[in-house]
Design a protein around this ligand. Structure first.
Ligand SMILES: O=P(O)(O)OC[C@H](O)CO
Length: 500
């Protein structure tokens, strides 16, 4: 194939839907983005319009095609928000309800019921995922039980379900293909990641009829072809990669063998690292499938921190500052936090502690504490939380985790990245490509088409500058604050992390 072939990569995220026209050497020629709306109909609930998500994809495709034409586009690639589900009518393609998104907790009672019945361990052994309403299994059952007539229609084989990749694929192929990839399937809590298939026992436990579920394919497959009139592109262009966004970021960083961890710094932070073999964590980390190529799965560990970048915005507001950038500037005016630590357990704690009941804690304040020390503690907390997940991952696998590859907004903050390297005791590298997930999906599609690609070039490398003693002192202070956070609430969570 000629070097002028392009992949149009879609990144269907919670906040925005983006399209990037990407060359095989990773250059972005054109891009478009539209915002998405999330609604919160009840406390703890979160949903999006399933049809609006498809419309957004159509819009960004149309915008890129208007700028660049369609003639050199050889494939579409899809990277998507994970764990968000749509149920639709197989005959009409009409969704039966909203897209219930990953943040939604409405299925918590079902998860609690299954936990009380003693199923949590078996579920985690098969899926690698701790029983939690984040994951689609219980969300699907909720829709079937709460939309009038839905369960009976599902039992009759009239309904289909999918994560956002499947829903887009069905829509863009006009109902011709109902499929997903291993990365998205591995996040549903219905997929046995050892046997590489939907698990009948899990489907029964969660009350999800098997007939609704998509076929699971290799992430780099030719999933199907665009149908006439579904987008501004001509019919027949293949959709040649589908992959969850966090997984796509790891692929976009060029990580192909165990030894590096990627961290995406956003509202929260997602860390992922390859494991070679399937590893079930003993330290509060999820086990997942990073992607599959030629049908072969690549296993990974993932740890999600609920609040990281958001903690800087939170503290900025507390201190009357305009934003996180102003907070960081203030933090840099002092050489240390003067003994202050901030544990931003503002919505509980995710990996590796898993304490939904925990709440934010400030420790070590004295009469000498100034706003700059609080600012510094909030910036440091982002790095400390990442260090805790990194170290839990390291305890789960024998390969030395030698470096962190960072992306997302806060990865552009050199002060934070240097502190991150210091508390990890490992180099941290950053790139300047903001859309690593889309680039990863594009690279996967190029690979599926047999076209060699290059990955995100490293632009900055932060080398640890502090002594082991100083690093240990930082971690000792942080873990003291964490211990206070964990002990100030009665324990109701599961799968707590270790302090070391
Ligand atoms: O939409 P994003 O980019 O916030 O990603 C959502 C994650 O995939 C949820 O696990």
């Amino acid at each position: 194939m000629s070097s002028t072939n392009f992949v149009l990569a879609i990144d269907q995220g919670t906040t925005n839907t983006k399209a990037l026209l990407v060359t095989a050497d990773g250059r972005v020629l054109h891009q478009a983005s539209v915002p998405n709306t999330v609604t919160y109909p009840q406390p703890g609930w979160a949903e999006q319009s399933a049809t609006a998500l498809v419309d957004g994809v159509r819009q960004v495709i149309a915008q890129v095609v208007a700028k660049a034409g369609a003639s050199a586009i050889v494939a579409l690639a899809i990277s998507n928000q994970r764990e968000s589900i749509v149920v639709w009518d197989a005959a009409t393609g009409e969704p039966i309800g909203p897209c219930i998104i990953w943040q939604c907790r409405r299925s918590a009672p079902k998860c609690e019921f299954l936990r009380a019945a003693g199923h949590a361990d078996a579920i985690e052994r098969k899926t690698g995922l701790a029983l939690d309403p984040l994951f689609p299994a219980a969300k699907i059952a909720w829709l079937l039980d709460n939309v009038s007539g839905a369960r009976a229609r599902a039992e009759r084989g009239e309904l289909r379900v999918g994560t956002v990749d499947s829903w887009l694929l069905w829509s863009l192929t006009n109902g011709a293909v109902h499929a997903t990839d291993h990365s998205n399937a591995s996040r549903t809590q219905l997929f046995d990641t050892a046997a590489l298939q939907w698990d009948t026992d899990l489907a029964n436990l969660f009350d999800v009829p098997r007939s609704m579920l998509p076929e699971v394919r290799s992430s780099d497959s030719n999933f199907g072809h665009l149908a006439e009139g579904t987008t501004a592109l001509p019919a027949g262009i293949p959709i040649h990669a589908m992959i969850g966004d966090s997984h796509a970021a790891l692929f976009g960083h060029g990580v192909r063998t165990p030894g590096a961890v990627k961290a995406t710094y956003g509202t929260g932070t997602s860390l992922m690292t390859l494991t070679g073999e399937r590893v079930l964590s003993s330290h509060g980390i999820s086990s997942t499938i990073a992607w599959s190529q030629n049908g072969l799965p690549v296993h990974a560990l993932e740890g999600n921190i609920s609040v990281s970048g958001q903690s800087a915005a939170f503290m900025a507001e507390m201190l009357g500052l305009t934003d996180a950038a102003a907070l960081s500037e203030l933090a840099e005016t002092v050489p240390n936090s003067n003994g202050v630590s901030f544990v931003p357990a503002l919505v509980g704690l995710g990996a590796p502690y898993w304490r939904s009941d925990a709440r934010g804690t400030l420790t070590g304040m004295s009469l000498g504490t100034k706003p700059a020390h609080l600012a510094r503690a909030a910036i440091e907390a982002i790095a400390f939380q990442v260090a805790d997940v990194f170290s839990a991952m390291q305890r789960d696998i024998t390969v030395r985790l030698a470096e962190l590859r960072a992306d997302g907004g806060a990865s552009q903050n050199g002060f934070l990245m240097q502190f991150q390297a210091d508390v990890l005791g490992r180099p941290v590298t950053t790139g300047d490509a903001p859309e690593v997930s889309a680039l990863g999906a594009a690279a996967l599609a190029f690979a599926g088409l047999g076209i060699a690609t290059s990955t995100v070039p490293e632009t900055k490398r932060y080398i640890p500058t502090i002594s082991e003693n100083d690093r240990a002192a930082h971690l000792f202070r942080w873990h003291g604050a964490m211990a206070q956070t964990l002990h100030t609430q009665p324990r109701t969570g599961t799968n707590g992390g270790e302090l070391s």
